[in-house]
Design a protein. Structure first.
Length: 271
């Protein structure tokens, strides 16, 4: 199975276009026909890959370098298929999932600018549509925009075309409205399958998970700032991909101290 996926991945390494809508009968152009044939061929090349849903979590066990064993296992098992749970670069990368705007993103951007840190902001399409000024600011200030899908569906539950549409629908929207081309995908809920990893790679994307995350997304049950600060800083490790949610009041409040605390431990952040 691994060999099949690797062979596919090598063949599909270059970014290919995706079809975002249905193509109908007599109105098909020769280009449309070619795309339909290409999609059918690519779909067939993934036959045999597992659709089993894998729900990712980094776990609490760590190695001697404070790296979560769950992230190490995921990287070892699926790294050849385009998955990133840890980075080869020793720097720590801050990432923010942007499901909706809760009034804290501007403050987060202010702190990142002050501390000279660049982050990855994973957007769903609704966020991009409703918050163009914030998205433009992210881009203008040198941050990376990541793809979190059009509508935040579980990728392993989708067929080939649906997976591609969830990724490339947002890809095309960002290209059209912001002249920005994304190449990093974070699957909603951290759920993926061998098949969905291959589809993402077919679309020219790496799938980025994380090596640290904590319960920060519930706006009605925000973590205590002091405890959250200690937890995030104590989890720091080389190559870390840190997942935070921008809807969190706590995260917005402690972010500057988090950055300082990580640096005080001798780590470097992406910037």
């Amino acid at each position: 199975m691994r060999n099949k996926l690797l062979a596919f991945s090598l063949a599909a390494a270059a970014l290919t276009g995706c079809i975002s809508g249905q193509i109908n009968g007599s109105d098909e152009s020769s280009a449309d026909v070619h795309h339909v044939q290409q999609v059918k061929a690519e779909s067939k090349s993934l036959e045999g890959l597992s659709h089993e849903k894998i729900g990712y979590g980094q776990g609490v066990e760590t190695d001697s370098e404070n790296r979560p064993l769950g992230a190490l296992r995921a990287q070892s098992e699926y790294g050849d298929e385009g998955l990133l749970a840890l980075r080869d670069d020793k720097k720590i990368l801050l990432t923010f999932d942007q499901g909706y705007e809760n009034g804290y993103t501007a403050k987060i951007l202010d702190t990142l600018k002050k501390k000279k840190v660049k982050a990855v902001f994973f957007l769903v399409q609704d966020y991009a549509e409703k918050n163009p000024e914030l998205v433009k600011r992210m881009i203008d200030e040198g941050h990376i925009i990541g793809n979190h899908s059009v509508s935040h569906l579980s990728m392993p539950t989708l067929d080939y075309q649906q997976c591609r549409d969830e990724i490339m629908g947002l890809h095309d929207y960002m290209k059209e409205h912001f002249d920005y081309e994304m190449d990093i995908f974070r699957p909603p809920m951290g759920e993926f399958s061998e098949y969905s990893l291959a589809v993402a790679k077919d679309c020219g994307y790496k799938t980025m998970l994380w090596s640290f995350a904590y319960a920060d997304w519930d706006t009605e049950a925000q973590p205590d700032p002091d405890k959250a600060l200690e937890r995030i800083v104590s989890a720091a490790h080389e190559g870390e991909i840190c997942l935070l949610h921008s809807v969190s009041k706590t995260n917005a409040e402690i972010l500057g101290d988090v950055i300082d605390g990580i640096r005080d431990k001798g780590f470097t952040l992406f910037g």
